[in-house]
Write a protein that binds this ligand. Structure first.
Ligand SMILES: [Zn+2]
Length: 255
């Protein structure tokens, strides 16, 4: 199976999975990069997976559905171009012979979902939309800090070798913030150097892995003393788990 991030707009990735004949895409905000890839590699689009309703994740859905007849899957509780199969926690979807479990991960939007495949070519695979980024997390447009913390906890509990397919190339700017939170984190310094080399060569920094994110992502590390102290230096009133997480998110918004 091939796993390819198709660049779109200024910093989006539309993830494509294909087996040489049939393809699936995730969050096609723009149809053109997908249509070009299908034509270039002689692929038939069989399904479109959508994580949430934002236009940079859904803008290409109608065009692709009309051009290819692909089935569309998306969150049960958000406004997505119809017709689509509506999914929520506990549902699953089978595409390209792979079984994806659906998680509810509210926070960035109220009805955001993620797609998790326990095994593809030897390791798990996660399409998490704008919930988890490498070194960061999505902005809280519709959900609460408590919801986002619970959503990130559920993703952080996935196996170490889970490939994390985020939908934006935000890694370097996220790592700049992460280093402000944890200046003494060696894994973070090493990872930053690796990502700088990749971006200098215009290569994606993704997919990441759950193991790596647990080591370097402050939003998955908000219960560690070092991260709590840094968050409290930004907001001295942050005492509870949720308020520490909220302070981190607000600090990043202003960073
Ligand atoms: Zn979004």
């Amino acid at each position: 199976m091939n796993l390819i991030p198709l660049p779109a707009f200024s910093d989006n990735y539309i993830w494509m999975l294909h087996d040489g004949r049939k393809a699936v895409v995730v969050d096609p905000g723009d149809a053109q990069p997908v249509l070009q890839a299908l034509q270039r590699d002689g692929l038939q689009l069989s399904a479109i997976l959508v994580t949430h309703h934002h236009a940079d994740h859904t803008g290409g859905v109608d065009t692709l559905r009309e051009a290819t007849g692909a089935s569309v899957y998306g969150p049960a509780r958000e406004r997505i171009p119809e017709p689509l199969v509506r999914l929520g926690a506990g549902d699953h979807v089978e595409v390209l012979g792979l079984r994806f479990e659906v998680f509810d991960v509210p926070g960035h939007t109220a009805g955001h979902i993620a797609y998790y495949c326990p095994e593809m070519d030897g390791s798990p695979l996660l399409f998490c939309g704008d919930t988890l980024f490498s070194g960061g997390c999505g902005r809280l447009f519709e959900g609460t800090p408590a919801q986002m913390l619970a959503s990130l906890d559920s993703l952080a509990a996935l196996p170490d070798d889970t490939r994390v397919c985020c939908t934006h190339e935000y890694t370097l700017s996220n790592l700049k913030f992460a280093r402000a939170v944890e200046p003494d984190n060696q894994a973070l310094s090493q990872y930053t150097a690796q990502c700088e080399i990749k971006r200098a060569q215009q290569l994606p920094t993704l997919p990441s892995s759950i193991r790596l994110e647990r080591e370097i992502n402050p939003f998955l590390r908000s219960r560690l003393d070092s991260v709590i102290h840094a968050a409290q230096a930004f907001d001295a009133k942050a005492k509870s788990e949720t308020s520490v997480f909220a302070a981190l998110r607000e600090w990043k918004n202003q960073f």
